[in-house]
Design a binder for this molecule. Structure first.
Ligand code: MF3
Ligand code: CO
Ligand code: CO
Length: 263
């Protein structure tokens, strides 16, 4: 069953999303070249607790091994779920940061990629294309559209740019659990999949590469990297479908609604 949230639940999820956006802002202003990923994890955990929330990822255990940290940091050919450790950020690194918290019983999930200067222009193009792909997907998160419209829009935007779409990892419904129905793939066909209706909340999260879309999981049981070692970017927002259109919950933007868009 796909959850359709009541108005009061959306208000709690708005608070959770805003808190996560505050966490992202606080952490981002402190990230610097030379820092270890474990240091960024500690800063993130402190920031999540400081806004009165709990880390969503720490202890998360869908399989055999619980996730050990409060943030996922995935560098260069790593796609998602990179585990913080002793590795230091270097010039030219393409760094994806994925943040999650739970507040008032509701989850929020957001990610972005940054390029540490001086960066490769092709990495910058990947980063820009993946961020734009997220917003192209968000624009489809409207009553009357279906999940396949989101995936189609994302795939159709990035493929002509020459980038690869990771298909084995997908976006998801979100609410009382981090991962809920429906799956929200970054590929698809128009007018297919679950219908989108007001009250649904989904995490849209394109994972895009400079090479192919195939992935592998590393020996730490968590870190996902491209099979061809091509570099990868990841952007994610938690988005509510409202009667007025898509509302991005994980932002500090005073007007988090997109304008109506034309198909
Ligand atoms: N944030 C991831 C997502 O976007 C999930 C991370 S689960 C973790 O769905 F355990 F790896 F943190
Ligand atoms: Co995430
Ligand atoms: Co997610």
């Amino acid at each position: 069953m796909i959850a359709v949230r009541e108005g009061w639940e959306l208000d709690v999820m708005r608070s959770a999303g805003r808190k996560l956006a505050e966490v992202v802002a606080r952490v981002t202003e402190r990230v610097a070249v030379g820092m270890t990923t474990k240091e960024i994890d500690a800063i993130t955990e402190d920031a999540i607790l400081a806004v009165g929330a709990k880390p969503a990822f720490k202890g998360y255990k869908p399989g055999k091994v619980a996730y050990p940290a409060s943030i996922c940091i995935s560098i260069n050919e790593q796609v998602v779920h990179g585990v913080p450790g002793k590795r230091r950020l270097h010039e030219g690194d393409l760094v994806s940061l994925d943040f999650g918290l739970v507040y008032g019983g509701y989850y929020a999930d957001t990610a972005f990629t940054l390029l540490i200067p001086p960066g490769d222009p092709l990495d910058q193009a990947l980063l820009d294309g993946t961020r734009e792909a997220l917003y192209v997907g968000v624009a489809q998160a409207r009553h009357g559209r279906r999940v396949g419209d989101i995936g189609y829009a994302i795939e159709n935007y990035v493929t002509p740019l020459g980038f690869g779409v990771v298909t084995d990892m997908v976006g998801h419904g979100i609410g009382r659990r981090l991962h809920e129905e429906p799956s929200v793939p970054n590929y698809g066909r128009k007018d297919t999949g679950a219908p989108l209706v007001p009250g649904m909340v989904i995490a849209i999260e394109p994972m895009i590469t400079r090479g192919g879309g195939e992935i592998k999981t590393l020996a730490d049981h968590w870190t996902v990297a491209t099979k061809d070692n091509s570099r990868s970017a990841h952007f994610e927002h938690t988005v509510a479908i409202t009667p007025k259109g898509p509302e991005i919950l994980t932002t500090l933007d005073p007007v988090p609604l997109l304008q109506p868009n034309i198909r």
